[in-house]
Ligand binder design. Structure first.
Ligand code: CAA
Length: 381
């Protein structure tokens, strides 16, 4: 496997790093306080081509590859995991339109997505988290329309003002379980669709995460993605790609926490010398760097395989599992190296530590990733 970047990949990586440093970093502290993100960040990312990074040029996107997408998410996560989250979830919805949308849907939603409108993906419900098959939201046929009723929760990219359309997984045939689920796009302004409570989170506070409520929400059947009954598989396939995005976010967080630990331990003098002159700290840094490099390799491997059109069910789960657990561990170790100062809001590690904690929980917990990995290992698929 060749992990050297092409000229184009290196260019877009640098562009993302510059954007994150100059545009996002000055806003991060306030977003953490406000528990929301201003929309101009998505607009700026659209201007730079990031919102449509995985959208072909013919639909208004940048037409770049999976490795480029992962590199952009990593670079942004190094500065702000919430902004990386917006991009990872948004590009997951782009991917669903690209793979399962009609020509008309592609023309509309890929162009919207690339232009700065924000897409969301609604699978989770209060009673259907790890067990996505337990989702109860219904989309019942009524002539040329579906009438949707139900509640989705913890939906990223939806806030009081953020979020323009959502790919919803709902039961079009409630008697058929996962085989009765369908994927339907719903525009935010559709009557009967409302954005409920904005979640007040421990970390990743810049990310808008809300409840979505559907009450007799009528949408035309032309909003169906793929065929009726394919929704669960569409969701699972989308999560295979999404989990690479989450792994990339985790790598960015870990790299940032490692850099902070190196800086702090070089500057911090105790017992007459920088603390990283002590072997105990050196061993921490060596472990943090090695594990983060391994997480990055798993992530880029999954991205490259997906770009080559291979199934990445196992590889994406491995990358997400390893990289997210590593991000939590490295953030913990970095804070430990910072000592009491790391617990204060004056140091960025305090936010990183809180931000890291969500990554082994969403887009499938670590335990769910292990279910996916072990099934693949046992069946050899
Ligand atoms: N691609 C395509 N099809 C797939 C698939 C995949 N990756 N994985 C499963 N399927 C298919 C299966 O082949 C099966 O099809 P058949 O019925 O035709 O055989 C069907 O889907 C059902 O599959 P399973 O029997 O494996 O389903 P299960 O109920 O045992 O669930 C699971 C499997 C892996 C546990 C799954 O429920 C899962 O991934 N759970 C976690 C859910 C999750 O990740 N939620 C995250 C929400 S999104 C989010 O967090 C976004 C955000 O805001 C950040």
């Amino acid at each position: 496997m060749d992990f050297t970047y092409t000229e184009e990949q290196e260019m877009v990586r640098e562009l993302a790093a510059t954007f994150a440093k100059n545009y996002v970093a000055p806003l991060s502290e306030q977003m953490d306080i406000d528990n929301t993100m201003p929309h101009h960040i998505a607009e700026k990312m659209a201007e730079l081509g990031f919102m449509g990074i995985n959208v072909p040029e013919e639909y208004g996107g940048a037409g770049m590859d999976e490795v480029s997408k992962a590199l952009v998410i990593m670079e942004i996560a190094k500065v702000d995991a919430s902004v990386a989250e917006l991009l990872a979830v948004h590009t997951l919805t782009n991917d669903i339109f690209l793979k399962r949308g009609t020509e008309e849907q592609k023309k509309k939603y890929l162009a919207l997505g690339a232009s700065g409108k924000v897409g969301a993906f609604a699978l989770t419900e209060p009673g259907a988290g790890s067990d996505a098959s337990a989702a109860k939201t219904k989309a019942i046929s009524d002539g040329d329309d579906y009438i949707i009723n139900g509640t989705k929760c913890f939906i990223s990219n939806m806030g009081p003002e953020e979020g323009d359309y959502v790919v919803l997984i709902a039961l079009t045939d409630p008697s058929a379980g996962t085989k009765g689920m369908s994927a339907i796009v719903v525009d935010r302004n559709t009557p009967g669709f409302s954005v409920g409570k904005l979640e007040n989170k421990m970390g990743l506070r810049g990310a808008n995460v809300s409840e979505l409520i559907f009450q007799d929400c009528r949408v035309p059947k032309s909003n169906l993605l793929g065929k009726e009954g394919e929704g669960f598989k569409i969701a699972m396939a989308a999560l295979d790609g999404g989990r690479i995005g989450m792994a990339a976010q985790a790598v960015g967080v870990a790299e940032c926490a490692l850099d902070a630990a190196v800086d702090y331990s070089t500057q911090r003098i105790q017992f007459g010398k920088p603390i990283n002159a002590n072997q105990g700290i050196q061993w921490y840094l060596a472990d943090m760097a090695t594990q983060t490099e391994a997480a990055k390799a798993l992530t880029l491997n999954a991205a490259a395989l997906r770009q080559a059109g291979k199934s990445v069910n196992k590889e994406a789960a491995m990358a997400k599992y390893f990289a997210s657990e590593n991000a939590v561990k490295v953030a913990y170790q970095s804070l430990q190296i910072h000592g009491g100062y790391g617990y204060m809001k004056d140091y960025a590690i305090e936010r990183m530590y809180r931000d890291a904690r969500i990554i082994p929980l969403y887009e499938g917990t670590s335990e769910i990733q292990k279910v996916v990995i072990s099934r693949a290992v046992i069946t050899g698929k």
